[in-house]
Design a protein around this ligand. Structure first.
Ligand code: TYD
Length: 167
């Protein structure tokens, strides 16, 4: 079954110059990249992304982590991969959430670590299932930023809409 999945290369992955390695690993899946961009992550976006973990003791730390406050890299790379069985293929390559438990050849097993503060710095995010993928992709991307039609859209007319264009 064709599926879409959100991948984030988190600030530790960017700081460690792992973008190329991670994209090479992900290319083993033969999935198609249908969207990609660099994002400066707002507090609202980070909190919305991790809203299922709001009650966890590590919530504040992972918000700081995703926003780059632990790595002096205030950006993440966001991508949407698309194709057959995309979520399982990408999650298998990523490895377990806890980098110490992740298979040593997986992306998290190879490059992740647990900080002395107890945060899992696990280099990438991969959506966990279809409904989370849809929720997350809609959070991180607008329809026009994705080169295939993944989900239903609607047209709206915005009056007095201010937009920044090239000067
Ligand atoms: P979660 O959504 O449970 O895992 P995954 O990213 O594998 O889908 O957790 C979100 C992030 O929170 C995870 O990538 C790393 C961090 N985290 C911790 O720092 N400590 C923890 O005990 C857990 C479960 C997650």
């Amino acid at each position: 079954m064709d599926q879409a999945v959100l991948i984030l290369i988190k600030p530790d992955g960017l700081k460690k110059s792992l973008t190329g390695n991670i994209l090479t690993r992900l290319s083993e899946t033969k999935l198609e990249i249908v969207a990609a961009k660099m994002v400066r992550v707002s507090k609202e976006l980070a909190e919305d992304h991790y809203r299922h973990l709001k009650d966890k003791p590590f919530f504040d730390e992972i918000i700081k982590y995703l926003r780059g406050e632990l790595h002096d890299r205030k950006k993440v790379m966001a991508l949407v991969y698309w194709g057959n069985d995309a979520i399982k293929k990408c999650r298998d390559l990523a490895g377990s959430t806890n980098p110490e438990e992740a298979e040593s050849t997986s992306i998290r097993g190879s490059y992740g670590r647990i900080t002395t503060g107890g945060v899992y710095e696990n280099v990438i995010h991969v959506s966990s299932n279809d409904s989370e993928a849809e929720r997350e992709i809609k959070l991180w991307f607008s329809p026009d930023e994705i080169i295939v039609d993944l989900y239903a859209t609607k047209n709206i007319v915005q009056k007095e809409f201010k937009n920044r264009v090239w000067a």
